[in-house]
Write a new protein. Structure first.
Ligand code: FAD
Ligand code: 5PR
Length: 379
């Protein structure tokens, strides 16, 4: 039950640090629950970095809850199957028993969230960098200003200053592999025979480890993830080394030729961050600030958005905000911890390459419905 014993009806204020997927979700959900929300983004504009993204039932339900689902569905895509290849042979085609999933560009998802944040009246401050926080409910900005809130949300990503200023105990580790992520034109008509509307996770362990995750976002845009170990100088080179990728994936030539033209491509390694707790006093961490994970199960943003959305639900409960935050973490954290562990194991052992990796356990996060707080879609 909501706190019917609240003595004051003063509008509560939330200060959110970070305008990525998690921060925008927290800001919209809190605003929808009647909070005054100020969102601080360090960049000069609200903009997504990166190429494409997968969202599953859990993230899509968050979008429904915060009023963005229709806009996101308009220019995104659900492939007929999630196919895995090992050395150019299909090892599985998964359809998840009808569990909803979707691929889109990061820009499209971010725009939908930013539009909705403006529509519901979140105050967005760009060029506003958080440099630290205090458990009593203060957010310190690079400008020297200190702003106060009944709740401070640290959604400032894997390098979170909000987190680091409060000295959370943390474990961090990196993985052996990394990835170049790009958006290129689909070129479907030039690709020859094949099921080019599928997701195709194309693995090679031999003669070297090189993988392309082929992900259609819509009729026009294709998301390519080109994975290679960080110890491989040619596979990790940006702009990409066309020869080394063409040798392994000649059938993707039209797409790879365009990919090689992208001058500002980046090679990123995977990082995992695990904290002893997600809150301190009135400060809560959501998203990569609290729980960066390897992308093997494509759930980093999904979990971040679920945690941001359920945070906004749960701060309405509990005798005090501090107690509500502890209960929130207790309720949703096991899903994130499990997904983070499974993703790290897959990344370390490259086990998604054997196919049928989306087991019922691996889909735990995806099956969660954050609106009703139940698991849907039995596998
Ligand atoms: P971020 O996206 O890092 O956003 C943080 C925001 O805060 C940024 O706007 C930044 O500019 C701003 N900021 C930073 N510092 C400050 C500061 N001090 N003050 C103010 N603002 C600040 N997840 C999925 O769900 N599906 C996928 O398919 C998927 N694929 C992935 C593939 C790869 C290769 C990787 C590495 C990750 C993938 N993820 C995926 C994970 C996903 O990208 C992240 O979990 C997600 O972007 C985290 O969102 P966030 O809002 O928590 O943090
Ligand atoms: N799945 C997805 C993804 O984007 C990546 C991986 C798995 C959706 C990285 O791009 O394992 O690297 C992965």
């Amino acid at each position: 039950m909501v706190s019917i014993n609240k003595t004051s009806d003063k509008t509560r204020v939330a200060q959110v640090a970070g305008g990525g997927f998690s921060g925008l979700t927290a800001a919209i959900a809190l605003r929808q629950n009647g909070w005054d929300v100020v969102l601080h983004e360090k960049s000069p504009e609200l903009r997504a970095f990166g190429a494409g993204i997968y969202l599953w039932h859990n993230g899509l339900r968050v979008l429904e809850g915060i009023g963005c689902l229709n806009e996101v569905l308009e220019d995104s895509f659900t492939p007929p199957a999630y196919e895995t290849w090992m050395h150019n042979k299909t090892v599985s085609k998964e359809t998840f028993n009808g569990l909803p999933w979707r691929i889109m560009t990061r820009a499209h998802l971010h725009d939908a969230l930013a539009n909705r944040a403006r529509e519901v009246g979140v105050e967005i401050r760009t060029n506003s960098e958080a440099v630290g926080a205090e458990a009593s409910g203060k957010l310190k900005l690079a400008s020297g200003e200190v702003v106060e809130g009944d709740l401070i949300v640290g959604a400032d990503g894997v390098g979170s200053k909000v987190r680091d200023s409060l000295g959370f105990e943390q474990e961090r580790w990196g993985a052996t592999d990394g990835i170049i992520r790009l958006i290129v034109p689909r070129h479907k008509d030039k690709l020859g025979h094949g099921e080019w509307d599928n997701t195709i996770d194309m693995w090679n362990h031999w003669p070297r480890v090189q993988r392309i995750l082929y992900s259609p976002c819509n009729d026009r845009e294709l998301y390519l993830g080109l994975m290679a170990p960080s110890a491989d100088p040619r596979g990790s080179k940006v702009p990409l080394d066309l020869e080394v990728w063409m040798e392994m994936f000649p059938f993707l030539e039209p797409c790879l030729v365009d990919a090689a033209k992208i001058e500002d491509a980046r090679y990123d390694t995977y990082q995992t961050t695990k904290l002893n707790t997600w809150s301190r006093g009135k400060v809560a961490l959501v998203g990569d600030a609290g729980h960066a994970m390897c992308p093997a199960l494509a759930q980093g943003a999904g979990c971040g958005m679920v945690n941001a959305f359920t945070l906004a639900q749960d701060v309405e409960k509990g005798a005090s905000l501090e107690e509500a935050l502890a209960d929130w973490e207790k309720s949703v954290r096991p899903i994130t911890d499990l997904t983070q562990k499974l993703s790290a194991d897959h990344a370390a052992n490259r086990t998604m390459s054997y196919g049928n990796g989306f087991t019922p356990e691996a889909l735990t996060a995806a099956r969660f419905d954050p609106i009703n707080r139940v698991y849907s879609w039995p596998q």
